[in-house]
Design a protein around this ligand. Structure first.
Ligand code: KG4
Ligand code: ZN
Length: 334
């Protein structure tokens, strides 16, 4: 039997993305970034994001089909999957409506995908051996969650942030330090040049095993600059990043011990952080557990993960009706 041919569409935030998968194999993955649209505002402007998705979606999908060597007018797909939440409602509507229309046009089933569940399966796209149970640290601009993944389709949320997401903390601190948007890559670069012990920023919720809090840390960085206007940006970045990665690594490894997990995976945009990757790698070697690190292309928002999550969801529960609406606040518990 030939493996399922799936088109995935992702428009939950500021990237318009489409991808084609044959089984677990990525045949194409196209991402059109809106960075230049939002850059000067220091964050994503929802109305501009929706307009940019409308402009880009048809050509991004066509390119994904062509890159996969399919005929864009009659691609022979088995399934269309599009993110239906969480995210910005105007952005979600574009990909969701386009995906449904495509499925209708080609008379194939349609599934809506939970963007967070898609991040959880992204490490599979790297082709690494799948080991369960595994602890997945999902750290993005909107979410910070520690999840026990028991199989491709069965997971349990162990803990989450009670305020800002890790990526949001990177973005807010970067904006304050004038490092542009998104802030993670700029802080990551600067931190390499600074002293991570220059400032003793707080590590919050030490006694709560799997929950996180980053808003106090962000405030501490602002206060440090007020008290010490000559502080070097490199030192602030290095100390901030050390505080974030300390907490993320310590809680992830505590979850491994508590659950007896055989593997760890990193997902979401913050998984691109070089210090987080290196420190988690070292901790996993020490604890003798496997570590699956998605490459930067599959850590950040992409449609290949949406196609894979869609295929898994279809195996479990079949197609969604064409009445499926966007769910801006969808969580992993839904
Ligand atoms: O998963 P993602 O692409 O979009 C969301 O669904 O949020 O994650 C984007 C987030 C942003 O907050 C960005 O600053 C952060 O990922 N990020 C990083 C790095 N690259 C991206 N954070 C820390 N270090 C990085 N190298
Ligand atoms: Zn994301």
């Amino acid at each position: 039997m030939t493996e399922r041919l799936v088109l995935g569409i992702e428009t939950s935030c500021d990237d318009t993305a489409a991808a084609v998968l044959r089984g677990d194999t990525v045949l194409s993955s196209v991402i059109s970034s809106q960075l230049d649209v939002h850059d000067r505002f220091g964050g994503v402007v929802p109305e501009l994001a929706s307009r940019a998705h409308v402009e880009a979606i048809a050509s991004v999908v066509e390119r994904a089909l062509r890159d996969a060597h399919l005929d864009p007018t009659n691609p022979g797909l088995d399934l269309v999957a599009a993110t239906h939440g969480p995210g910005l409602v105007g952005s979600l509507l574009v990909g969701l409506s386009f995906g449904k229309a495509a499925a209708r046009r080609w008379d194939v089933p349609f599934v809506g995908v939970n963007h967070l569940a898609a991040h959880l399966v992204a490490p599979i796209l790297e082709g690494a051996e799948e080991r369960y149970p595994k602890v997945v640290l999902l750290v993005s601009g909107g979410h910070t969650e520690l999840v026990l993944v028991k199989s491709r389709s069965n997971f349990e949320v162990l803990g989450a942030t009670i305020d800002d997401a890790a990526g949001e903390a990177f973005d807010k601190v970067a904006r304050f330090l004038g490092l542009g948007y998104p802030g993670g890559p700029g802080i990551d670069r600067m931190a390499k040049l600074g002293n991570p012990e220059a400032f003793a920023f707080p590590r919050a919720l030490k006694d709560v095993p799997f929950d996180f809090s980053f808003s106090g840390l962000k405030t501490s960085v602002l206060r440090a600059v007020e008290l010490n206007p000559a502080a070097k940006t490199e030192d602030l970045c290095a100390s901030f990043q050390r505080a974030v990665t300390d907490v993320l690594v310590q809680k992830t490894m505590a979850a491994v011990v508590a659950t007896g997990a055989k593997a760890v995976a990193l997902a979401g945009g913050v998984a691109a952080n070089s210090e987080l990757r290196a420190r988690l790698q070292a901790a996993c070697v020490e604890q003798h557990v496997a570590l699956a690190l998605a490459g930067p292309d599959f850590c950040t928002d992409n449609a290949a993960m949406v196609a894979l999550a869609g295929s898994i969801a279809y195996d479990n529960a079949g197609a969604h009706p064409f009445t499926l609406a966007p769910e801006p606040s969808l969580s992993l518990k839904d």
